[in-house]
Design a protein around this ligand. Structure first.
Ligand code: ZN
Length: 187
């Protein structure tokens, strides 16, 4: 059966409001100095990519043996998946790359302190060290609101660097995003 031909009717399409463009630029750290600021700069750039997709600007990078094993940004809105946090996506990438769920020797750089879910995932994936830029006293579970690393019977502990690495840059990015979001008319 051929469906009957219908003359297309023009529809009134409501213009979708464009996301507020990101006013921040990516960082270009020297490739020669692979220190905490270098890897956090890459996490920051991931956060910029998140904003450009109208996502909360949080980025994560996983370093193993001086190389990048995972790099991701928050993608909760686009994927409509509440677990699509930067850390979770980066952990999945790194595990696939290593072919092992144990991310031994890994350092995870993330622009904001990991939430309960991500802090748990970081412990479960046995990463060596977590370096986060902005402490989160509300939801952070690696020192901000609480510290899963201090669970008395857990036998894997993370080395922690909380705050101090690109902290003001990452905080400014988050605060600017939420400020603009509050100003946007409700869609
Ligand atoms: Zn999280």
């Amino acid at each position: 059966m051929v469906p009957p031909f219908r003359i297309p009717t023009t529809r009134m399409v409501q213009p979708t409001p464009l996301p507020t463009p990101c006013p921040f630029e990516k960082r270009f750290p020297s490739q020669l100095v692979r220190d905490d600021a270098f890897f956090m700069s890459l996490a920051y750039n991931q956060a910029i990519d998140a904003w450009r997709q109208d996502e909360v600007p949080i980025g994560a990078v996983i370093e193993i043996g001086g190389e990048i094993a995972g790099a991701a940004h928050n993608g909760v809105e686009g994927t409509k998946d509440p677990t699509a946090h930067a850390e979770i996506l980066a952990i999945t990438q790194a595990a696939a790359k290593l072919g092992d769920w144990r991310l031994e020797g890994a350092t995870v750089y993330v622009t904001k302190e990991p939430c309960p879910m991500c802090s748990g995932a970081l412990l479960m994936s046995r990463v060596k060290r977590v370096c986060y830029a902005v402490p989160d006293p509300k939801m952070g579970c690696l020192g901000g609101a609480t510290n899963l690393n201090d669970l008395p019977r857990v036998n894997h502990h993370l080395e922690l660097t909380g705050g101090g690495v690109l902290e003001s840059e990452c905080r400014e990015l988050l605060q600017a995003f939420f400020k603009l979001k509050r100003q946007e008319p409700e869609g």
